[in-house]
Design a binder for this molecule. Structure first.
Ligand code: MN
Length: 330
């Protein structure tokens, strides 16, 4: 359901809450963090007690910069500290899950046990799947660019003023998830960006937050150079078997491969833990990524998908993928 369709219910739910816990996905990125902080600011203005639940111990560069700059400004707790911070009357507690809807991906999956389904809200732009969490309101919009765009819409709904710093954070989430307005971008996305910049969001500061690590960039380029092209249309790139990559990075590589002439679909196969091989798949729409990756145990939608496979090797996974693609071409 889209935000606009249930704004009344959402507003009512927020109004009746006293304490709100905000939790995004593991390995925070600037969309997860930007939307969490944006929502936190809205809730503070609505006079709620707010807590951000963060169990991550390591952060990517942009996220670390934000935490440093906001030191002391936010109530940040670990999952195990939820209990001591619950409002006395259980019904007045709310858990809002952002930028994911899957149980295994949230910062603290045991956090969910402290809340009735009635008091959980999910706001996300990813597809629902088998492990999607139950919630009173599931505001899931696959057409929106990012969770930060959703939160921007919420700010507009409340007609709230936002400090330029927070507007910048929300803009950085949009820029990240659209890969600089090249993916999942429509007029609504530009409108949200316009809205944020009218509140003082700084593109220069966004660039600073999104600055990449040169070494990581070089590692990504190496993966791109290890690419096979099937039928002139499908790019399959592989990571080094000796390296463990971040899931976001292999997703970015798959995105990048679609920028090249004639490429209709892209797949990146790489280790994401010492025991897991992941595939990240992308298509421009002529290939259905979900139906290609589902036989391997993964999922997604037509244009985006992923799968994680344990106890295998990159070459075995590659062979299986190529068999599926061959059938697809028949
Ligand atoms: Mn996102």
């Amino acid at each position: 359901m889209k935000l606009i369709e249930i704004k009344k219910e959402l507003k009512r739910k927020l109004k009746s809450a006293k304490t709100v816990f905000i939790m995004a996905h593991k390995d925070l990125d600037l969309d997860a963090l930007g939307s969490s902080i944006g929502l936190y600011i809205i809730l503070e203005k609505l006079n709620k007690n707010c807590f951000l639940i963060i169990n991550d111990t390591k952060h990517e560069a942009g996220v670390s910069k934000v935490f440093k700059e906001l030191e002391g400004c936010l109530n940040i707790i670990k999952g195990e500290q939820i209990e001591e911070n619950l409002y006395i009357r259980g019904k007045k507690n709310l858990l809002i899950i952002l930028d994911t809807n899957k149980e295994e991906l949230v910062q603290a999956s045991d956090a969910i046990n402290y809340f009735d389904k009635e008091n959980i809200i999910i706001m996300d732009h990813h597809e629902l799947g088998e492990t999607s969490l139950e919630a009173n309101l599931r505001i899931i919009d696959n057409d929106i660019s990012s969770t930060c765009e959703m939160i921007t819409n919420l700010i507009e709904m409340y007609k709230m003023e936002l400090d330029p710093y927070y507007a910048t954070l929300l803009l950085s989430g949009i820029v990240l998830d659209t890969n600089n307005f090249t993916l999942k971008t429509n007029s609504e996305t530009y409108y949200a960006a316009y809205y944020l910049s009218s509140m003082g969001a700084s593109t220069k500061k966004v660039q600073y937050l999104l600055k990449q690590d040169l070494k990581e960039y070089i590692e990504r380029q190496k993966v791109i150079t290890n690419v096979d092209i099937l039928n002139n249309k499908i790019a399959i790139a592989k990571g080094s078997p000796y390296m463990v990559y971040r899931r976001e990075d292999i997703a970015k590589i798959a995105d990048t491969l679609l920028f090249f002439n004639d490429i209709e679909a892209s797949f990146v196969i790489a280790k994401t833990t010492s025991k897991t091989i992941s595939i990240s798949g992308r298509s421009l729409g002529n290939y259905n990524i979900s139906s290609i990756l589902t036989p391997l145990g993964g999922g997604g939608n037509k244009t985006v998908g992923a799968v994680r496979i344990t106890d295998s090797t990159i070459s075995k996974v590659e062979t299986k993928l190529k068999q599926i693609l061959k059938k697809e071409e028949e």
